[in-house]
Design a protein around this ligand. Structure first.
Ligand SMILES: N[C@@H](CCC[C@H](N)C(=O)O)C(=O)O
Length: 260
């Protein structure tokens, strides 16, 4: 099986054109960082009758995700740079609906930045208590629990993250974001991702964090907010109606072949 390892701010997935019979097992095996290729999961790209392409996302533990913000930007780069499309305005079908992408190209006509219409955020509970911690429960198509903290660097991401991921309040588990408000246009976020653990960035998590911060009037609506992640920055805005737009980079690491 041919794959392309790509990343969005260090959130790395193996991208495959097509869909295998055993996506869960492949993701567990190939994502493993010592015995596999090493990734936060796998993303499959396919033709679609409803949109330009379809994507399916599998976390490193084999669970399927509804949406991936960093992944969808890489899908845009994958299909354009490899010549599957000449369009720079694209619709991608995901398990959480069709998302619109605007591709930005460099002097070599390669995609380096992608803007995504992420659809509407849903604030499921502005002040949910789980395991003694109060946070904002947000859906970006996938579930996020956003905790505001004074110091994101000191947040216990590796110990509290897995506990909250599996808290009884989240029957489908949840992605956990630890967010510090730096100023009214800047957030610092660290993340524990459902099914993958600590990652260097989470696009839907960054969108959920800005949505939660806007809901609590910590950042303005309708303005670009910088979210600083371990792997770099995303730029996100939330409109009055709750529509979320995200802009960030997409990059190739290498092309690979599995040995069956
Ligand atoms: N890294 C992603 C989110 C991937 C899916 C997530 N772990 C889930 O299970 O919902 C992103 O960039 O959004």
């Amino acid at each position: 099986m041919h794959f392309t390892k790509m990343h969005g701010l260090g959130n790395d997935y193996l991208y495959v054109y097509g869909f295998p019979v055993d996506p869960e097992e492949r993701s567990i095996k190939l994502s493993e960082r010592h015995f596999g290729a090493g990734s936060d999961g796998m993303i499959y790209i396919m033709p679609s009758l409803k949109a330009d392409f379809e994507m399916r996302i599998f976390n490193a533990d084999g669970s399927e995700a509804m949406m991936c913000g960093n992944g969808i930007r890489c899908v845009g780069k994958y299909v354009y740079d490899k010549g599957y499309t000449k369009k720079k305005e694209l619709d991608i079908d995901t398990k959480s609906g069709i998302k619109h992408l605007s591709l930005h190209t460099n002097a070599q006509n390669k995609v380096d930045l992608v803007t995504v219409d992420m659809g509407e955020r849903e604030i499921l509970d502005p002040a949910l208590e789980a395991e003694g911690h109060t946070g904002t429960y947000v859906s970006m198509g996938n579930p996020h629990f956003v905790l505001f903290t004074e110091d994101a660097e000191a947040a216990p991401v590796d110990t509290l993250g897995p506990v909250l991921e599996c808290a009884p309040q989240f029957p489908d588990r949840a992605n956990i974001e630890f967010v510090q408000v730096v100023d009214e246009h800047t957030l610092r976020m660290r993340v524990w991702e459902r099914g993958s653990g600590i990652t260097m960035a989470c696009g839907t998590g960054a969108c959920a964090s800005v949505a939660a911060a806007a809901a609590h009037h910590l950042v303005p609506m309708n303005e670009r907010i910088e979210v600083k992640l371990d792997g770099g920055s995303l730029y996100i805005s939330v409109s009055d109606s709750g529509a979320v737009e995200m802009t960030g980079p997409a990059a190739v690491v290498y092309e690979g072949e599995t040995v069956e």
